[in-house]
Structure formats: structure tokens, C-alpha cells
Design a protein around this ligand. Structure first.
Ligand SMILES: [Zn+2]
Length: 331
């Protein structure tokens, strides 16, 4: 989550089967607390030095993502065979070194040209002058490790013959903390045409429980779901009631919410381009943008449930007969 002041405004193995016969919950169950913990204790460990954009700690995090995708058989998109979309230092006005968006790709079986993009930023804010490491376990950590597990769930389905009908592009975005720059670069230099990008599901800070929901690991704030596409909102609601029964909190979806969260994470660069988007968010907490946002403070049951919800929503968007209709104007 970008910190701003409140005043600122492989080819499928085996034969493809009819995906409608699959039970997506079976694959959602591959998303586990232990896997999420294993990823996040590494990803938000001191060795990664707060994953500041362009710095060595962030490069290690990028390598971790690539290594995991190679291990589980998630391909890179053909255009970027090393999994990286490199953003040159010039794009950052030379204030940061080159940095990478990291990409994973599953090609759709029936409508491969239609792309669902699942995003989360993996950068955080590095180390301060006194040497404190800002580990960014919730902010810049919970989302990208959830994507790894979501990708693994889709891969497990594919191994059983259930390749999604539409393609899915996983993007671990860089430079969010510097002004949503990784997503800005992507939409200005898209790998697949934006007009064929059917939706964006973005996770940013999904591993904690805020003061308003103390003791409740079964909620998540949704922002943006109804802003461009009635279909997207309905799909999201229906998937939740069918499979997860979580409390979907729309407090921050209010146009007049003073926090303006809708404009403060990477989905907004997609929404600006008329791509329907949902931002999944746990709300803020006292460790937000502090050196104390660490892996042992993450609520892993909550993180698991939220990752499952995003996986199941993605499954429906990728496999439903009709593309989501955009019936509202973006602002
Ligand atoms: Zn942040």
C-alpha cells in the first residue's frame, strides 16, 4: 500500500477435461497455512533487506518467485521468457536502479487471448538510516506469497486436466511504494493488449486483522468491485456465498471515504484503463510502514482464507462462458 497523507486526496499435461466438471474448492484446499508461512518467513526475512525497489534484497525476492514458478511448472509468458519485465532506471527518472515486475503465465484452453491479471506488489521500503529493516510482511509480502499459492492451485487443476478457459497472468509488481510505478509501467507497456484484459484482482495487505475486526479472521475489505462492472461485483459476491462465506466489508468502497484507498494501490492503473478490478485489503494496523511489520505478526488463517477467495473468484472469471461486461465509466 502506497503511503500518502490523508489530505492528498507448460503445456497442459494429460488431456484437457471439461473444466465445468471440476470442483475448484478441491484446488483451493492446496492453499495452506504452512505453505504461506514457509514463503513469507523467507520473503519477509532480514536477508531480503526490506525489498527496496532496485536493491539487492528485492532482486533476491524476485529470484525466489522465479525459482518457485520453475519448481511447480508455471511458465513465463513467451514474450518474457526469463519471467522478468525489466523497468529501466530512466522510467524512475534515474532515482532508482533497474527493477523488475515478475511474471507467471497459464495459457487458456478456449479463449487464450482473453487475460485475467492477478497482481500484488512485492517491493517494500528497505532499510532506514539507523539500519532498521522494514520487512514488509503484510505490506508487499502477504500479497505476492498469496499469488504463489494461487498459481500453484491453478497448476494442480491443470495437472488434473482442468486448464482455465481464459489465460491467467500473475504479476508481482515492483515500485508500488514509489508511486504505483510497476503497475504504471505495465499498463504503458502491456504484454497482452489491455482491451483483451478482462479483469484485475489485486491483493495488497491481506495478512493482518484490523481493529474494526478484532478476533475475526473471516473478513476482507473489497474495494472497486462494482465501479466498472456489475458482472464483476456479482461474480465476486456469488463465489463468496457459494464457497467461503466471508464478511466482505465495503466500508472503503465508499466514494466519499477520506482514505481514498481505491486510488492507492496497483489495481487503480488497471481501472484507469477500463479494466474491472477488485482490491483486496485488510485495513491498516499499528505496524503499517514500520519496521515491526514482520512475518510472526501475520494471521495465517486469515491470509489463507483470503487467498482462497481470490483463487475461487479468479477461477470463475477465467472459466465462465461470458467475458465480464464493463457497463460503467471509469473515473
Ligand atoms: Zn506500503
Amino acid at each position: 500500500m502506497l503511503l500518502v497523507t490523508l489530505t492528498a486526496g507448460m503445456v497442459a499435461c494429460g488431456t484437457q477435461k471439461n473444466v465445468e466438471n471440476a470442483n475448484p474448492m478441491e484446488y483451493a484446499e492446496t492453499i495452506t497455512v504452512s505453505d504461506l508461512q514457509e514463503h513469507l518467513y523467507t520473503f519477509a526475512g532480514d536477508e531480503y533487506e526490506g525489498r527496496d525497489t532496485g536493491e539487492p534484497g528485492q532482486k533476491k525476492a524476485a529470484e525466489y518467485i522465479v525459482n518457485f514458478y520453475q519448481e511447480i511448472g508455471i511458465d513465463a509468458p513467451a514474450s518474457n521468457p526469463n519471467y522478468y519485465q525489466v523497468i529501466p532506471t530512466e522510467f524512475f527518472n534515474n532515482k532508482m536502479k533497474d527493477s523488475e515486475n515478475v511474471l507467471g503465465f497459464i495459457k487458456g484452453s478456449e479463449k487464450p487471448e482473453e487475460i485475467l491479471v492477478i497482481t500484488s506488489h512485492y517491493d517494500h521500503v528497505g532499510v532506514d538510516d539507523e539500519g532498521n529493516i522494514y520487512n514488509g510482511a503484510d505490506d508487499g509480502g502477504s500479497g505476492p506469497v498469496a499469488i504463489l499459492e494461487i498459481a500453484e492451485a491453478f497448476k494442480a487443476a491443470q495437472k488434473d486436466g482442468y486448464t482455465p478457459k481464459r489465460s491467467i497472468l500473475f504479476i508481482h509488481l515492483t515500485a508500488e511504494e514509489k508511486g504505483l510505478l510497476g503497475s504504471k509501467y505495465y499498463v504503458e507497456n502491456p504484454i497482452f493488449p489491455l482491451e483483451n484484459t478482462v479483469a484485475n484482482l489485486n491483493m495488497d495487505m491481506i495478512g493482518r486483522i484490523d481493529a474494526n475486526h478484532e478476533g475475526n479472521d473471516n473478513y476482507i475489505y473489497l474495494i472497486g468491485s462494482d465501479k466498472l462492472s456489475t458482472d464483476l461485483h456479482e461474480v465476486s459476491e456469488n463465489v463468496n456465498s457459494e464457497f467461503m462465506n466471508m464478511d466482505l466489508d465495503y466500508t472503503y468502497n465508499d466514494e466519499n471515504d477520506p482514505n481514498r484507498f481505491y486510488y492507492r494501490s496497483d489495481h487503480y492503473n488497471f481501472a484507469k484503463n477500463n479494466i474491472p478490478a477488485i482490491f483486496y485489503f485488510n485495513g491498516v494496523h499499528p505496524d503499517y510502514h514500520k519496521a515491526t511489520d514482520t512475518a510472526e505478526k501475520i494471521e495465517y488463517e486469515a491470509l489463507m482464507k483470503r487467498a482462497k477467495l481470490v483463487f475461487l473468484t479468479a477461477w470463475e472469471i477465467a472459466n465462465r462462458d461470458e467475458r465480464l461486461v464493463v457497463d460503467k465509466a471509469s473515473k
